[in-house]
Design a protein. Structure first.
Length: 233
């Protein structure tokens, strides 16, 4: 059954890749979408908005800039968000051992992948009603238990940090009726995932949205993959 047309999703980080696909998928499912881009250049998201008959609103925000996050919160102050989905991720060469990663690169990865998504959630979560859902895009690589192969060390650390911070957020909101999710979309063929990745965007994102939809109304935090399977912490 289609969801009511007035359902609204905010997708943070949607200019390309997984975020762009999320915006497109929610539009296909009759949601209204607010989606963010970092800069002022024209993107495929702008083309999607032009064809959306007014159902896609674009906001500009650099999530690493605290003032940008605060200003977005102010602009959306009267909005009702059924879904807040924070999609953010940068990576460096997966084969570089942690001892050879520069401090600058490590800080960039940790801030972009862990600190900034949580700042967005902290700033905007009050716009999500008790029936709503708050999602952060994680990764299978964020699982400490499943790390038996190594590689992607800085990226793994950042997603594990995101998972830990989201658990802390959920603990501070014990008894909250909202659904909190960490989603691992699988290894997807994007600019970051690379051409050798196992999944196409079309194989991942519709299932991600199915998984998020299936958990609506289920309180507490879950760490799930794109097929709805539990990922070990």
């Amino acid at each position: 059954m289609p969801l009511p047309e007035n359902r609204t999703a905010l997708i943070v980080g949607a200019s390309r890749g997984l975020g762009l696909a999320l915006a497109n998928e929610y539009l296909k499912r009759d949601w209204r979408v607010i989606a963010t881009v970092r800069g002022s250049r024209h993107t495929l998201l702008h083309d999607l908005a032009a064809a959306s008959e007014g159902r896609l609103q674009i906001e500009m925000i650099d999530i690493n800039a605290r003032d940008d996050v605060a200003n977005l919160r102010q602009r959306l102050d009267q909005r009702h968000l059924d879904l807040l989905f924070v999609n953010a991720g940068v990576a460096i060469d997966p084969d570089v051992a942690i001892g050879k990663v520069s401090t600058e690169d490590f800080v960039t990865v940790m801030v972009t992948n862990a600190l900034s998504p949580m700042r967005v959630i902290e700033a905007l979560h009050a716009l999500v009603p008790p029936s709503g859902t708050i999602v952060a895009m994680s990764s299978d690589l964020g699982s400490v238990s499943d790390n038996v192969d190594g590689g992607w060390e800085a990226y793994r650390a950042s997603k594990a940090a995101l998972n830990t911070l989201m658990r802390s957020f959920a603990a501070r909101h014990a008894g909250d009726p909202r659904s909190f999710l960490l989603i691992a979309p699988g290894w997807v063929r994007t600019d970051m995932g690379g051409p050798e990745a196992e999944l196409s965007i079309e194989e991942s994102i519709p299932r991600v949205v199915d998984t998020v939809s299936a958990q609506a109304g289920v309180p507490g935090l879950q760490y799930l993959d794109y097929q709805g399977r539990i990922v070990a912490w």
